[in-house]
Ligand binder design. Sequence first.
Ligand SMILES: [Zn+2]
Length: 162
Amino acid sequence: MVQSTNDVRVETFNFHEIVTLIGGDTAKVYIKEATIIESPEGVRKIGDLVGHLDIIYPFAGLDLELTLDIYEEMVDEDLDINDGVIKLPFVEDKILLHDLFFYRSFMEEQKEVEKEMELLYIKCSCGGYMMPMYDEFPNWITFCSRCDSRNENSEASPIVEP
Ligand SMILES: [Zn+2]
């Protein structure tokens, strides 16, 4: 259960992340949400506890619900950049909090694009969109942006039958 207090904020993610396990296999980890401890001055020291990350981790056929600590670490010494870092079990690469935020906004943008496409174009059975072949005759021939199937509406054809 997540309790909202003045100095804790909850960031919801709800997406999958593919991670590479030690040994080379991959695992599909579900990133649920992070509980971030607000730092009053907005500055964190290396080693500070940033908060917790709730994930679902597939292990031996089970979906394990884990809560992992997020610690402030130096992630780029040349550029002197710190970030909240999460260490997953059996995974070498650490997950950066910044990357989770970035991915979340990327996904939100994708959803917006998807919404716009749904308004503008008819959906193909494969999940792609039927785009006009010729912008000048948008209702004539359409093709799917994904599977390339085509649709011709002869009534909208600019070619005049003899
Ligand atoms: Zn298609």
